[in-house]
Design a protein around this ligand. Structure first.
Ligand code: HEM
Length: 221
Protein backbone atom coordinates (compact mmCIF):
# COMPACT_ATOMS: atom_id res chain seq x y z
CA UNK A 1 0.00 0.00 0.00
CA UNK A 2 1.24 3.45 -0.85
CA UNK A 3 1.73 5.56 2.25
CA UNK A 4 0.46 8.98 1.31
CA UNK A 5 0.79 12.18 3.25
CA UNK A 6 -2.92 12.18 3.99
CA UNK A 7 -2.62 8.67 5.50
CA UNK A 8 0.16 9.79 7.83
CA UNK A 9 -1.86 12.84 8.82
CA UNK A 10 -4.55 10.51 10.15
CA UNK A 11 -2.28 9.21 12.89
CA UNK A 12 -3.70 10.60 16.12
CA UNK A 13 -1.66 13.04 18.22
CA UNK A 14 -1.46 10.51 21.08
CA UNK A 15 -0.09 7.88 18.70
CA UNK A 16 2.38 10.37 17.27
CA UNK A 17 3.65 11.16 20.76
CA UNK A 18 4.07 7.50 21.56
CA UNK A 19 5.79 6.69 18.27
CA UNK A 20 8.13 9.69 18.52
CA UNK A 21 9.32 8.73 21.98
CA UNK A 22 9.52 4.96 21.39
CA UNK A 23 13.33 4.88 21.09
CA UNK A 24 13.72 6.85 24.30
CA UNK A 25 11.25 4.52 26.01
CA UNK A 26 13.28 1.48 25.00
CA UNK A 27 16.45 3.22 26.25
CA UNK A 28 14.77 3.91 29.62
CA UNK A 29 13.64 0.28 29.93
CA UNK A 30 17.12 -0.94 29.07
CA UNK A 31 18.98 1.48 31.34
CA UNK A 32 21.04 -0.55 33.85
CA UNK A 33 19.14 0.79 36.89
CA UNK A 34 15.63 0.09 35.51
CA UNK A 35 16.62 -3.19 33.85
CA UNK A 36 18.09 -4.49 37.13
CA UNK A 37 14.97 -3.42 39.00
CA UNK A 38 12.64 -5.14 36.54
CA UNK A 39 14.68 -8.36 36.75
CA UNK A 40 13.94 -8.29 40.49
CA UNK A 41 17.64 -8.24 41.35
CA UNK A 42 17.26 -5.42 43.83
CA UNK A 43 17.69 -4.67 47.53
CA UNK A 44 15.33 -2.36 49.44
CA UNK A 45 18.18 0.13 49.81
CA UNK A 46 18.81 0.26 46.06
CA UNK A 47 15.10 0.88 45.58
CA UNK A 48 15.05 3.56 48.29
CA UNK A 49 17.47 5.64 46.18
CA UNK A 50 14.84 5.84 43.46
CA UNK A 51 12.08 6.76 45.92
CA UNK A 52 14.21 9.66 47.22
CA UNK A 53 14.61 11.02 43.67
CA UNK A 54 10.93 10.51 42.79
CA UNK A 55 9.88 12.36 45.95
CA UNK A 56 11.63 15.49 44.71
CA UNK A 57 10.48 15.06 41.10
CA UNK A 58 6.80 14.48 41.94
CA UNK A 59 6.75 17.29 44.52
CA UNK A 60 7.80 19.63 41.69
CA UNK A 61 5.50 17.99 39.11
CA UNK A 62 2.37 17.94 41.29
CA UNK A 63 2.79 21.46 42.68
CA UNK A 64 3.40 22.97 39.24
CA UNK A 65 0.43 21.11 37.74
CA UNK A 66 -1.83 22.23 40.60
CA UNK A 67 -0.68 25.78 39.99
CA UNK A 68 -1.72 25.52 36.34
CA UNK A 69 -4.92 23.48 36.52
CA UNK A 70 -6.95 26.64 35.93
CA UNK A 71 -5.93 26.47 32.25
CA UNK A 72 -8.90 25.04 30.37
CA UNK A 73 -6.99 22.78 27.98
CA UNK A 74 -4.81 21.35 30.78
CA UNK A 75 -7.44 20.94 33.50
CA UNK A 76 -8.66 17.48 32.33
CA UNK A 77 -5.12 16.11 32.76
CA UNK A 78 -4.05 17.87 35.94
CA UNK A 79 -6.58 16.01 38.07
CA UNK A 80 -6.20 15.16 41.75
CA UNK A 81 -6.52 11.49 40.70
CA UNK A 82 -2.95 11.77 39.44
CA UNK A 83 -0.97 13.12 42.34
CA UNK A 84 1.75 10.86 43.66
CA UNK A 85 3.88 13.16 45.83
CA UNK A 86 2.04 12.31 49.06
CA UNK A 87 2.24 8.55 48.36
CA UNK A 88 5.99 8.86 47.79
CA UNK A 89 6.40 10.69 51.10
CA UNK A 90 4.54 7.84 52.83
CA UNK A 91 6.70 5.25 51.02
CA UNK A 92 9.85 7.06 52.06
CA UNK A 93 8.71 7.08 55.70
CA UNK A 94 8.09 3.33 55.47
CA UNK A 95 11.62 2.81 54.15
CA UNK A 96 13.14 4.98 56.89
CA UNK A 97 11.33 2.86 59.47
CA UNK A 98 12.92 -0.35 58.19
CA UNK A 99 15.75 -1.52 60.41
CA UNK A 100 18.34 -2.70 57.94
CA UNK A 101 18.02 0.13 55.40
CA UNK A 102 20.52 2.97 55.72
CA UNK A 103 18.34 5.82 54.42
CA UNK A 104 20.55 8.47 56.11
CA UNK A 105 23.20 8.12 53.42
CA UNK A 106 20.74 8.54 50.55
CA UNK A 107 20.80 11.93 48.86
CA UNK A 108 19.16 13.79 45.98
CA UNK A 109 21.40 13.65 42.91
CA UNK A 110 22.28 16.58 40.65
CA UNK A 111 20.31 14.95 37.81
CA UNK A 112 17.19 14.99 39.99
CA UNK A 113 17.71 18.65 40.89
CA UNK A 114 18.08 19.50 37.19
CA UNK A 115 14.83 17.63 36.41
CA UNK A 116 12.95 19.48 39.18
CA UNK A 117 14.39 22.78 37.94
CA UNK A 118 13.02 22.09 34.45
CA UNK A 119 9.57 21.37 35.92
CA UNK A 120 9.61 24.63 37.86
CA UNK A 121 10.69 26.53 34.76
CA UNK A 122 7.82 25.06 32.71
CA UNK A 123 5.33 25.68 35.52
CA UNK A 124 6.17 29.37 35.29
CA UNK A 125 6.78 29.77 31.58
CA UNK A 126 5.08 27.08 29.50
CA UNK A 127 2.40 25.00 31.26
CA UNK A 128 1.69 22.93 28.11
CA UNK A 129 5.29 21.74 28.38
CA UNK A 130 4.49 20.62 31.91
CA UNK A 131 1.85 18.34 30.41
CA UNK A 132 4.62 16.65 28.39
CA UNK A 133 6.21 15.66 31.71
CA UNK A 134 2.87 14.75 33.25
CA UNK A 135 2.25 12.38 30.31
CA UNK A 136 5.73 10.87 30.44
CA UNK A 137 5.61 10.10 34.15
CA UNK A 138 1.96 9.39 34.89
CA UNK A 139 1.02 7.48 31.75
CA UNK A 140 4.21 5.49 32.34
CA UNK A 141 3.18 4.84 35.95
CA UNK A 142 -0.23 3.64 34.73
CA UNK A 143 1.44 1.37 32.15
CA UNK A 144 4.90 -0.06 32.94
CA UNK A 145 4.43 0.97 36.58
CA UNK A 146 1.98 -1.94 36.93
CA UNK A 147 4.75 -4.40 35.96
CA UNK A 148 7.33 -2.72 38.19
CA UNK A 149 5.13 -2.75 41.30
CA UNK A 150 4.44 -6.49 40.89
CA UNK A 151 8.16 -7.25 40.62
CA UNK A 152 8.95 -5.12 43.68
CA UNK A 153 6.15 -6.64 45.73
CA UNK A 154 7.35 -10.13 44.89
CA UNK A 155 11.05 -9.50 45.46
CA UNK A 156 11.19 -7.08 48.39
CA UNK A 157 9.67 -7.06 51.89
CA UNK A 158 7.33 -4.25 50.81
CA UNK A 159 3.61 -4.12 50.07
CA UNK A 160 0.98 -1.75 48.72
CA UNK A 161 0.42 -0.47 52.27
CA UNK A 162 4.08 -0.40 53.18
CA UNK A 163 6.55 1.22 50.79
CA UNK A 164 4.77 0.68 47.46
CA UNK A 165 1.76 3.00 47.66
CA UNK A 166 3.25 5.09 44.82
CA UNK A 167 2.02 2.51 42.30
CA UNK A 168 -1.58 2.62 43.55
CA UNK A 169 -4.09 5.08 42.17
CA UNK A 170 -7.05 4.48 44.48
CA UNK A 171 -9.20 7.19 42.92
CA UNK A 172 -8.98 5.62 39.47
CA UNK A 173 -11.62 2.94 38.99
CA UNK A 174 -10.34 1.36 35.79
CA UNK A 175 -6.74 2.04 34.80
CA UNK A 176 -7.13 0.83 31.17
CA UNK A 177 -10.21 3.07 30.70
CA UNK A 178 -8.41 6.00 32.32
CA UNK A 179 -5.40 5.56 30.02
CA UNK A 180 -7.69 5.52 26.99
CA UNK A 181 -9.45 8.71 28.04
CA UNK A 182 -6.10 10.43 28.77
CA UNK A 183 -4.98 9.62 25.22
CA UNK A 184 -8.33 10.80 23.84
CA UNK A 185 -7.88 14.08 25.70
CA UNK A 186 -4.47 14.48 24.08
CA UNK A 187 -6.13 14.00 20.69
CA UNK A 188 -8.69 16.70 21.53
CA UNK A 189 -6.08 19.40 22.22
CA UNK A 190 -6.69 22.20 19.79
CA UNK A 191 -3.05 22.98 19.09
CA UNK A 192 -1.29 23.97 15.90
CA UNK A 193 1.52 21.88 14.39
CA UNK A 194 4.23 24.04 15.93
CA UNK A 195 2.90 23.55 19.47
CA UNK A 196 2.48 19.82 18.84
CA UNK A 197 6.07 19.52 17.67
CA UNK A 198 7.32 21.51 20.62
CA UNK A 199 5.28 19.27 22.94
CA UNK A 200 6.73 16.08 21.43
CA UNK A 201 10.24 17.51 21.80
CA UNK A 202 9.49 18.17 25.49
CA UNK A 203 8.28 14.57 25.95
CA UNK A 204 11.65 13.45 24.67
CA UNK A 205 13.38 15.89 27.02
CA UNK A 206 11.33 14.35 29.85
CA UNK A 207 12.58 10.88 28.91
CA UNK A 208 16.15 12.19 28.79
CA UNK A 209 15.85 13.83 32.21
CA UNK A 210 14.54 10.52 33.61
CA UNK A 211 17.36 8.68 31.93
CA UNK A 212 19.88 11.07 33.54
CA UNK A 213 18.36 10.30 36.94
CA UNK A 214 18.67 6.53 36.32
CA UNK A 215 22.29 7.05 35.25
CA UNK A 216 22.96 9.05 38.40
CA UNK A 217 21.84 5.99 40.39
CA UNK A 218 23.96 3.40 38.59
CA UNK A 219 26.66 3.61 41.24
CA UNK A 220 24.35 1.96 43.79
CA UNK A 221 23.97 -1.24 41.70
C1 HEM B 1 11.64 -1.18 33.02
C2 HEM B 1 10.90 -0.16 32.93
C3 HEM B 1 9.67 -0.03 32.09
C4 HEM B 1 8.81 -0.98 31.61
C5 HEM B 1 8.85 -2.47 31.83
C6 HEM B 1 7.80 -0.27 30.85
C7 HEM B 1 6.75 -0.87 30.20
C8 HEM B 1 5.73 -0.21 29.58
C9 HEM B 1 4.59 -0.84 28.94
C10 HEM B 1 4.34 -2.34 28.91
C11 HEM B 1 3.83 0.13 28.40
C12 HEM B 1 2.52 -0.06 27.64
C13 HEM B 1 2.84 -0.03 26.17
C14 HEM B 1 1.61 -0.05 25.30
O1 HEM B 1 0.54 0.36 25.75
O2 HEM B 1 1.76 -0.41 24.14
C15 HEM B 1 4.47 1.38 28.71
C16 HEM B 1 3.98 2.60 28.35
C17 HEM B 1 4.57 3.78 28.70
N1 HEM B 1 5.73 3.96 29.39
FE1 HEM B 1 6.92 2.53 30.09
N2 HEM B 1 8.07 1.06 30.89
C18 HEM B 1 9.19 1.23 31.64
C19 HEM B 1 9.81 2.40 31.92
C20 HEM B 1 9.31 3.63 31.61
C21 HEM B 1 9.91 4.87 32.01
C22 HEM B 1 11.18 4.99 32.84
C23 HEM B 1 9.12 5.85 31.51
C24 HEM B 1 9.27 7.34 31.62
C25 HEM B 1 9.87 7.94 32.60
C26 HEM B 1 8.03 5.23 30.81
C27 HEM B 1 7.01 5.90 30.17
C28 HEM B 1 5.96 5.30 29.52
C29 HEM B 1 4.88 6.02 28.88
C30 HEM B 1 4.73 7.52 28.80
C31 HEM B 1 4.00 5.08 28.37
C32 HEM B 1 2.69 5.35 27.66
C33 HEM B 1 2.82 5.32 26.16
C34 HEM B 1 1.50 5.73 25.52
O3 HEM B 1 0.54 4.96 25.62
O4 HEM B 1 1.43 6.83 24.96
N3 HEM B 1 8.18 3.89 30.89
N4 HEM B 1 5.62 1.14 29.42
Amino acid sequence: MLVTESASEQISFASQIKASSQDNHTAAEESPYMATLVRGEFTVEQYAWLVKQLQVIYAALDSNCAKNNNQLDLAPFFTSKLQAAAALDADWDALVAMEDVDTDSIYVTDATLAYAARLNELGNEWPAGLLAHHYTRYLGDLSGGRVISKVLEKGLPLSKDNGLSFYEFPEIESIPAFRTSYRENLDKLDWNDETRERFIAEVNTAFELNQNVFKSLEFVL
